[in-house]
Design a binder for this molecule. Structure first.
Ligand SMILES: Cc1ncc(COP(=O)(O)O)c(C=O)c1O
Length: 486
């Protein structure tokens, strides 16, 4: 498909700006001459209809949950009910301006206040900030709060290490390292859980905290979580909960009750707001009472008259982590989602997510290998079956072949502790018929791998582009059109 620049036809854009009705400004005075452009901007010219067709064609090549099942483990790509879109588009929310006086934004502040209360109740926490814009941003914010806490106690110099399990999502060590911590890895045991003996060996007076996701990235619940929490706290560290997997426990168990001191959720995963390329994210961070003074400011508070205010008189706060108050539109969608489900609905969603994952896991038992074959939570990890005499059809090939059956490939080669990992998370929003269809596709691919391996190796067959050089795309992306426009 041609780029917009390659479709450029000089003079084809008839758009004209309306005549100015503002006083002329003296450019010399407003903008120093060294900042003036010397050459034209070099934007392509297209007629409106050609531009619309270009973007419509591009949108038809995208794949999202509204197109089909998107079993991307570790990412909860569930269907986003359109009710959330409706709510976020209500003019009172959509047209609000962050510089509006608070007296004129009471509804929005009330929503933020109420959402924080709901998130606290769901997680067993005491207070939340809605500022962080994504999961990884939430992690960095949470770790900054942990650091501020140790600093306040005069222990920051001594506590320089954050522990992460070897199954951790890459953002965990990256976020902690960004905040300035040294990373120490804790091993998993043969059951895929934190190895308690290794944890004991890695804990010490230099540890600031331990980051965990529960269930972990193998979809397994950390059954020793209370002991993990006890050991970490005994060593003076704090416990951080990566809430990317909250869908597996919401309404049933709470990180706050497990001993976590700081949590982040991914509203764009668990609370059904658009994810990834579908829109901005939101990674609210919740804390226990003793950490509340360190939350980013401002915090929405309710005053004695029942009105809402933005409180930024917080001397221990880590400061602002995002312009204004977070991605407000995402918060509106999450609020609508939580209200529409209610307490019972949230619990049912979680139970169905777990049921769906276990249904697929059981159905695939004869066709795929399961490194840890036990009841999972919302997702599970499998691998292509080891074949007698070996096979040169790998996980990547299986994932690419799924595209031919109309499915977005699952997460692959993660977590790193499992060879040839395929990580599947169906979520609660898929029907039994869709799950059966997906299972049939996975079984068919396993059969092809044994009988007609070339079909799998050459996949995908029905797409506009075949196998892309993913390393080159990641390392040397071409983000700029350099050719002159004629
Ligand atoms: C386990 C886990 N933690 C953290 C993150 C980071 O979330 P985000 O992509 O919103 O930054 C992810 C997302 O992929 C994840 O799966």
């Amino acid at each position: 498909m041609k780029l917009l620049y390659e479709k450029h036809v000089k003079g084809s854009n008839y758009f004209r700006f309306p005549l100015q009705d503002l006083p002329e400004i003296d450019l010399q005075e407003t903008l120093p001459e060294e900042h003036w452009r010397e050459t034209p901007l070099g934007l392509p010219e297209l007629s409106e209809v050609e531009a619309v067709r270009h973007f419509t064609a591009l949108s038809k090549r995208a794949f999202g949950v509204d197109d089909g099942m998107y079993p991307l483990g570790s990412c909860t790509m569930k269907y986003n009910p359109k009710l959330g879109e409706y709510a976020a588009r209500l003019p009172g929310f959509a047209h609000i301006h962050p510089y509006q006086p608070v007296e004129t934004a009471q509804g929005a502040l009330e929503l933020m206040y109420e959402l924080s209360l709901m998130l606290s109740q769901i997680g067993g926490m005491d207070a939340f900030t809605l500022q962080p814009a994504a999961g990884a941003h939430g992690e960095a914010t949470g770790i900054m709060i942990i650091r501020a806490y140790h600093k306040h106690r005069g222990e920051d110099e001594q506590r320089r290490v954050i522990l992460v399990p070897d199954s951790a999502h890459g953002t965990n060590p990256a976020s902690a390292a960004n905040v300035g911590y040294e990373i120490r890895v804790v091993k998993s045991n043969e059951r895929g859980r934190v190895d308690l003996e290794d944890l004991k060996a890695k804990l010490g007076p230099d540890v600031a905290g331990l980051m965990l996701t529960n269930p972990n990235t193998l979809g397994l619940f950390e059954t020793d979580i209370l002991e993990i929490s006890r050991l970490t706290h005994e060593a003076g560290g704090l416990l951080y909960y990566d809430g990317a997997n909250l869908n597996a426990i919401m309404g049933v168990a709470r990180p706050g009750d497990m001993g976590f001191d700081v949590v982040h959720y991914n509203l764009h995963k668990t609370f059904a707001t658009p994810h990834g390329g579908g829109g901005p994210g939101s990674g609210p961070v919740g804390v226990k009472k003793f950490l509340e003074p360190f939350l980013p400011s401002p915090v929405v508070i309710k005053n004695d008259c029942g009105g809402y205010e933005l409180d930024d008189d917080r001397p221990l706060s880590i400061g602002k982590v995002k312009t204004f108050y977070g991605n407000f539109g995402v918060c509106v969608r999450a609020y609508a989602y939580i209200l529409s489900l209610g307490c019972e609905g949230i619990k049912r969603a979680c139970q169905h997510a777990v049921l769906n994952a276990n249904y697929i896991r059981k159905q695939l038992a004869d066709d795929y290998d399961f490194p840890i074959d036990e009841l999972c939570k919302h997702e599970f990890v499998c691998a292509p079956k080891k074949l007698e005499g070996g096979s040169d059809v790998h996980t990547l090939d299986v994932a690419k072949r799924l595209i031919d059956f109309g499915y977005h490939p699952p997460t692959i080669y993660f977590p790193l502790i499992v060879d040839e990992a395929i990580m599947i998370e169906p979520t609660e929003t898929e029907t039994k018929e869709r799950l059966d269809d997906f299972i049939a596709a996975m079984k068919q691919i396993a059969k092809e791998r044994r009988e007609t391996p070339d079909v799998v190796k050459a996949a995908p067959h029905g797409t506009v582009v075949k196998r892309l050089d993913e390393t080159r795309a990641a390392r040397n992306p071409i983000l700029k059109y350099e050719e002159p426009l004629s």
